[in-house]
Ligand binder design. Sequence first.
Ligand SMILES: *[C@@H]1O[C@H](CO)[C@@H](O)[C@H](O)[C@H]1NC(C)=O
Ligand SMILES: *[C@@H]1O[C@H](CO)[C@@H](O)[C@H](O)[C@H]1NC(C)=O
Ligand SMILES: *[C@@H]1O[C@H](CO)[C@@H](O)[C@H](O)[C@H]1NC(C)=O
Length: 567
Amino acid sequence: MASWTSCLFSLLLVGLIAETAGELLKSGGFETLAGWACPHPAQCTLTNDKHSGQHSVLVKGRHETYQGPSQLVTLLPGHLYKINAWMKLLNDHADQNLLINVGFQLTDDSHIYVAAAGHFDAKVSEGWVHVQGDFVAPHKPLKSTRIYFESKPSASVSFEVDDASVTQAQHVTPVTTSYLNQQIDQHRKSNIHFNVQTAHGVHHNNVRIHVLQTKKSFPFGSSFNAGKYNANASHGRYQDFIHKHFNWAVPENALQWYTIEHQRNHMNYQTALDAIHGVRQHGLKVRGHSLVWSAEKHVQNWQKNISAHELRHVVQLHIQQTMHKMRGLLEHWDVNNEILHFQWYQDRFHDPDYNLELFRLAHQIDPHVKLFLNDFDVVVRGDATLEYLAQAKKYKAANVGLSGMGVQCHFPEGLTPDATAIKQRLDLLSTAGVPIWVTELDVVAVDENKRADLYEAALRALYGHPAVQGIIFWGFWDQTHWRGPHAALVKGENLQLTAAGRRVLDLFENQWMTDESHDLSQSGNQFKVRGFHGDYEVNVYYQGKQHIKFNFSLGNQDETIELIVNP
Ligand SMILES: *[C@@H]1O[C@H](CO)[C@@H](O)[C@H](O)[C@H]1NC(C)=O
Ligand SMILES: *[C@@H]1O[C@H](CO)[C@@H](O)[C@H](O)[C@H]1NC(C)=O
Ligand SMILES: *[C@@H]1O[C@H](CO)[C@@H](O)[C@H](O)[C@H]1NC(C)=O
């Protein structure tokens, strides 16, 4: 009895704290429906089933996916908000999601909808699930803002909601360009201490030291079209651009199962192999994408026709065969693409842990290649971040060979990458203790200069986060970009640089590379160069003539270079 009362007391206390900590929703505990709207013909009623308290809201009779309880709130433009609720699905449907979306009406009466929190591939058997996320209110004058509790793709499922909350994110310092530059300096550079002795008779007025970075070690790459690469598209210019500007590459869809084995037992590995050998000969490293893809629309029809028993065997054979073919050629493999959002194989086998089995299998076949999760809307938006974190923690704890979290970063058109939100989400994801790679970056803007600004904002925020260990673009040429010409860095038959391309290359090949000359008369015999990580060539000139030349590599550790300049 004593414990029952203290439990009740602490529940009341939690309620009180929630009310006083800047809660923006009214009746989020659904003890009453005051403040809530419910669009016709859906019905929202209080029910005795609950996550806490006495009631929750039950939504049924929906005709559209957006229908469910909604509430007007007052938010400040440009601010970051946290949102969460407990939701419970009442009817199963394939790939059904429980979602919290936010609709903004601007003062010009246009609307912006933002996915704020989601639980993906929900199942009735899960019961109450915690749906959590964050979102940024548009940096524009707001007329009104409405929070929607929804479920899709099926409009006919019913669900319940309880303990909903929206609060402004606390203790969040806006991330500025100068903060990001300071982070880049701290995490992407080390010190090179020069200690120069000049022999008798050598006057330091006549000694100049040129420190030139010749290669960056930070992985910077793009996906590319293997067919166009192999065909030496645009008279070799496509190949040349890849070889010259990137140190990593991903054959875009050439390794997808639907490409390799479109028709059952008719394999084509050659296109991918030719392209992979080609870029590797030019010193690039390659990611494998992906062994399996659980989105139903990417599963070949022939797989949908065979028995679950046979299919399971076929998946295993495919992974074995593909990993053997690619052994030693790839640094990474995305094991099963986008499993946070799509679960076709898992559902087909009624096996919630099927993807753990695939990781185990892949790790056993080749323990050297790094195995990745790879998913979307985990950094660009905040609706899937926490679910991705939980997934990564689960895979890490299961010890199945997880080596990386791929965050795709396809920024939607019209959304400016928000450095503050990106930092918050990367901070959260990094708590899994698994390396993070930006695996599929793109932005879309018709205007090339606007596109340049968007790429720069994204790159600075991503490169400026210490947990990010590599950045891969998802295409760069307008002739073959999956998002169309308005995402491209280069255009036309001549692969002419767009303003966006010039900006991106200026960052990676100029601003984020080191090239310094020091005259000993100015810097003294001991000086420091703070250099980006990578390979360097040092030239020492005496009386204008090259005197000493050597190379070295700079990593996370500071380096000291002792030099003697003889006459
Ligand atoms: C690609 O095409 C260019 C121009 O036609 C040619 O010079 C180059 O040798 C070709 N490269 C390959 C690998 O075929
Ligand atoms: C799958 O089965 C359907 C119906 O049985 C058939 O029409 C279709 O051709 C089959 N597809 C493949 C790729 O085997
Ligand atoms: C030093 O680096 C440059 C540029 O990468 C290269 O061309 C040269 O061969 C290297 N020299 C030595 C001695 O390794």
